[in-house]
Write a protein that binds this ligand. Sequence first.
Ligand SMILES: Nc1ncnc2c1ncn2[C@@H]1O[C@H](COP(=O)(O)OP(=O)(O)OP(=O)(O)O)[C@@H](O)[C@H]1O
Ligand SMILES: [Mg+2]
Length: 369
Amino acid sequence: MAKIYLEHLHKRYGRSLALEDLTAEIQDRELIVFLGPSGCGKTTTLNCIAGIEQPTSGSIYFDNEDVTDWPPHKRNIAMVFQSALLYPHLTARDNIKMSLRIARMSKEEMEKRVKEVAELLEIHELLDKLPFHMSGGQRQRVATAKAIVRNPSVFLMDEPLASLDAAMREALRAEIVVLQKKLGITMVFVTHDQIEAMTMGDRVAVMQAGRLEQVGTADAIYNSPVNTFVAGFVGSPPMNFFEGTIKQHDNGYIFEHPKFYIELPGTIIQHCQESMEAKNITLGVRPQHISLLETPRPGAIKGQVYAVERLGKETVIIIEYESETKFKAIVPPFSKQNGGETVYLLPQAENVYLFDSKTRKNLLSGKST
Ligand SMILES: Nc1ncnc2c1ncn2[C@@H]1O[C@H](COP(=O)(O)OP(=O)(O)OP(=O)(O)O)[C@@H](O)[C@H]1O
Ligand SMILES: [Mg+2]
């Protein structure tokens, strides 16, 4: 049982601020994923939870108990890192036992626990092997076994799959989720890989430059990003952004960009939290929500096909529409473009996002489609 509360954490290394006022509540038995680019403070957050690092200010609570000053061994946590930390001269069995030796267990009890954990992670055939004779994925399984064999109440994983190939990553990420649910353990998982974060997390915490930008389910993060950072970081290919303004037009509104305009549905304007006129607006649109037009239309974006990426189930075209300004659109897999063609495109008005260009905040509240 462990609920974790991080309260106004700051972490300073000399002049640089690795964590800035980070507050987050992690529920008991939850799998929360901290997601963000390199250097945003993910490992620092994990190390503070583990007690390996002390926050410069702020507090950490486990089940309402202030553990900020507790040493790591008192916190009953287990940690798995990017490279599996195994003793190279010990077999998998002895590596796993090392975690139990500290607890002064009987030999029989130790054997029983190793057997249980080997069953759970399906590593029977690895127990008598040395780490040197295992694949990266196998080493990571043994490291996981070594970490959970002590029945920790919190399990911290720092990019444990980053060094594995794509197929192994995909297989192991599902297994980690199943394991976490089976053990009913609180898990904090760190990654810079959005697919990993979205597929694994009960909730995803998106970080940037030491700050927590948004915490929510994968659906909420994807469909209702709070700002341009979250909107652009989650989704592949990423959301496209266009700078412009909102103008009144006939009975409605249009988004006007120097090269195109689109009529905005009344529902979008109703969702708007504040007046958008006289503001610089960043329009966000995901590549799958840009239509390729058969014929030119007033207001459409005229561009050149710069490159074509055929992915089988869909085709991504990269459009150059001003010198050196590009965006991506997803078109049907059988589309004929090869590069160099002039095309006309239009963002689908019902699927656009509107952000304040200055604050970068999402101006549409409650947009969940
Ligand atoms: N021991 C340290 N001394 C000085 N600066 C540090 C130290 N550890 C981390 N930092 C700085 O703190 C910031 C956050 O680092 P952190 O390791 O938490 O990032 P991260 O999100 O885990 O990145 P990555 O995805 O590359 O692992 C970075 O700017 C980093 O340079
Ligand atoms: Mg890190």
